[in-house]
Design a protein around this ligand. Sequence first.
Ligand code: FQP
Ligand code: MG
Length: 217
Amino acid sequence: MNREQLQLYFIMGSQNTGQRDPLVVLEEALRGGITIFQLREKGADSLTGQDKIQFAKACQALCKKYHVPFIINDDVDLAIALDADGVHVGQEDASANVIRGKIGPKKILGVSTHSLVEVTAAIEDGADYVGIGPIYATTSKSDAKPPAGTALIVQTTTVYPDLPLVGIGGITIDNCQTVIRSGADGISLISAIAAHEEPFVATRQILHVLQQQTKIL
Ligand SMILES: Nc1nc(C(F)(F)F)ncc1COP(=O)(O)OP(=O)(O)O
Ligand SMILES: [Mg+2]
């Protein structure tokens, strides 16, 4: 896993873009410079069945056009069927070591973690990166745990300095520098781009802030 690829990790499903065409939003974010994309088609208004598969294929085609890794959240079978670049799973999803066995060694495997014990287990299960959060309060995940701040990022980078990690949860242009300063390789976000009236502009502005922070480090 190339740590720089985690710099600006956009996560989105059709349920996150309001009245906007999600494929238009995704292409604006790709043009704006997101470095990795995760399709997280989940929740009350999300697509299912053939609609979900067709939508996933269209997202994958856009990511290929912009040479950005295409990750699928939760749905390992869909990721394998589409030959996605990787999968992201949480603690309640299938166990990461079983998934690593299913997707093989070359695909990207991301795991959500909320403690050093879960980080250690994710490493042992073959995770390429971990998501740590929610850092701040989030409206994008209905069953999110309480916001935990950046303490686990600091702790994880101390114990596992070579582990690629990304912060998630309520991250915006105003707090993303704090997340990077705490040691994360990147930030992942949904609403700050997907719910913005100009996703291209939002992406460019966040990327500029991230690039400034990297220079200071
Ligand atoms: N989807 C995610 N992506 C990341 C990433 F690291 F990629 F930023 N971190 C955390 C999550 C949350 O994953 P999970 O705990 O399974 O909940 P859900 O399936 O509702 O997303
Ligand atoms: Mg999950």
